[in-house]
Design a protein around this ligand. Structure first.
Ligand code: SAH
Ligand code: SF4
Ligand code: F3S
Length: 462
């Protein structure tokens, strides 16, 4: 390109989505684009979208409406929609007046070429995977692998931290979930590619790596008569020089390899004692309707086992309230489970039917919005009380945190030395706010906890 084109990129989805954004940015920079942080200055706007709930899609549509207006005065602006919504809606998105390019998650290696074509005023394009549930060919996998290893060190959302995908897709088909239909079949990446990437990241100063997969504990790779599990990956990664902390998300509550994973956590000081393991519901009837393959008893047993093998382990969960047919009794069972699970925190979502999923085809969205809302608030209150209790245990204690940077919200200032407020996380994923020099960003720091709120610990540099 004769002139550096400016590109504005925004992520609307989960960590997978953000990771794709980072890869895409790496590829586009190499192709001669540079980033801008205002839409106004951009030649290209890219939106990396999410389909997991209707609300996530509505947000994208409202941004597209806005972009349509901007295009009236900037007719050359090119707008690309990538990610899960692109895969789900394909050509339909192209009908939107603001959209020039649609590109699904498995097609991102082609993105810079497609964008250049779109900018040369060629016709609008859709690049999505036709048969998304078909097992990808070796060639297709290789393309994504090459893309991942070429740009997998770009990810610098938080200094000295990075995400590494260990699996693509999902085969689990929880009945409410769109992910298997937009991300395709479950594929575990080759261990050497993962390790190579982590080594490179460590060489770039990365101290914490989070391994990503929709069902990350199900990671499995056959090679030379041996099967690699997530426990093996964690073990191998903890031997990489420079890597201090390892995490993995998200775990599915089934027996698969769990003891081994917990054992590595207990044995390796580098594997953070943290588990994000969604339960979704505490009612066995609802769990079954969701095609979650465990009972509430089995789930709680698993947490019990985790706490036995890894004392003090910090656990987070996800819940969906108001799923098809959820009675007050079912909801009470969820409350009961949350009380027993004693999560550090829980993410609670109102059920949102997704087109094409089994729940949407076979079950009705029977629970009214106000009931979903009430259950959401109620469950959150139960959890908040637990988070509050757990956070109190930290009072007066010293914790080791990895500093993420300046705190976005301004909290009560507690420092005499004019240091700004920083934010960090403990290995158990507790957020810690304290005053300190900004140069601590990306470093470990010892902080003495002096005050707590349900989700945040406050303290002073030790
Ligand atoms: N693979 C991960 C996360 C998937 S999406 C896992 O299995 O845990 C993240 C969370 O969004 C899910 O855990 C679930 O709680 C929620 N979610 C997924 N589909 C949803 C839907 N249709 N409506 C409301 N919440 C949903
Ligand atoms: Fe969706 Fe279930 Fe797969 Fe998670 S495990 S991505 S909730 S289908
Ligand atoms: Fe993530 Fe949303 Fe896609 S949760 S995998 S961006 S549907």
């Amino acid at each position: 390109m004769d002139m550096m084109k400016r590109i504005y990129v925004q992520s609307f989805g989960c960590q997978m989505n953000k990771l794709d954004t980072a890869l895409v940015v790496g590829a586009l920079k190499e192709a001669g684009f540079r980033l801008t942080d205002t839409v106004k200055d951009a030649d290209v706007v890219l939106m990396n979208t999410c389909s997991v709930r209707e609300h996530a899609e509505q947000r994208v549509f409202s941004h597209l409406g806005h972009l349509k207006h901007i295009k009236e005065s900037h007719p050359d602006l090119v707008v690309g929609v990538i990610g899960c919504m692109a895969q789900r809606l394909g050509d339909e998105l192209l009908k939107h007046e603001a959209v020039n390019l649609v590109c699904g998650p498995a097609q991102i290696p082609r993105l810079s070429v497609l964008l250049k074509e779109a900018m040369q005023g060629k016709k609008a394009t859709t690049a999505v995977t036709e048969k998304i549930r078909q097992k990808p060919t070796d060639e297709q996998n290789q393309l994504l692998e090459d893309f991942e290893s070429a740009y997998g060190v770009e990810d610098k959302q938080i200094p000295n931290q990075a995400f590494v995908r260990v699996m693509r897709g999902c085969n689990n088909f929880c009945t409410y979930c769109i992910v298997p239909y937009v991300r395709g079949p479950e594929v575990s990446r080759p261990p050497e590619a993962i390790m190579e990437q982590i080594k490179k990241l460590a060489d770039h100063g990365v101290k914490q790596v989070t391994l990503l997969g929709q069902r990350v504990n199900a990671y499995q790779y056959q090679q030379g008569g041996r099967t690699w599990s997530l426990a093996d990956l964690l073990d191998a990664a903890s031997n990489i020089k420079g890597i201090e902390w390892l995490r993995f998300v998200t775990s599915y509550p089934s027996g698969e390899f769990f003891n081994d994973i917990l054992q590595v956590m207990a044995d390796s000081p580098k594997v953070c004692n943290y588990l994000h393991i969604p339960a979704q519901s505490g009612s066995d009837r609802i769990l079954q309707a969701m095609n979650r393959r465990y009972s509430s008893r089995e789930y709680l047993d698993l947490l019990g086992r985790a706490r036995e093998i890894v004392p003090g382990i910090s656990i987070a969960g996800d819940f969906i309230v108001g799923f098809s047919g959820e009675t007050e009794e079912d909801f009470e069972a969820t409350i009961d489970l949350v009380r027993k699970a004693r999560y550090k925190n829980a993410f609670i979502f109102k059920y949102s039917p997704r087109p094409g999923t089994t729940a949407d085809k076979r079950l009705q969205d029977t629970i009214p919005g106000d009931v979903k809302q009430r259950r959401n608030v109620e469950l959150l209150a139960v959890q908040e009380k637990i988070s509050d209790e757990l956070s109190r245990d930290f009072l007066g204690k010293e914790v080791n945190v990895l500093v993420e940077g300046l705190s976005k919200k301004s909290h009560v200032n507690m420092d005499q030395n004019d240091n700004p407020q920083l934010i960090g996380r403990t290995s158990g994923d507790w957020i810690v706010v304290f005053n300190g020099p900004e140069s601590l960003t990306g470093q470990f720091a010892q902080v003495k906890i002096t005050a707590v709120s349900p989700l945040t610990l406050f303290g002073q540099l030790g």
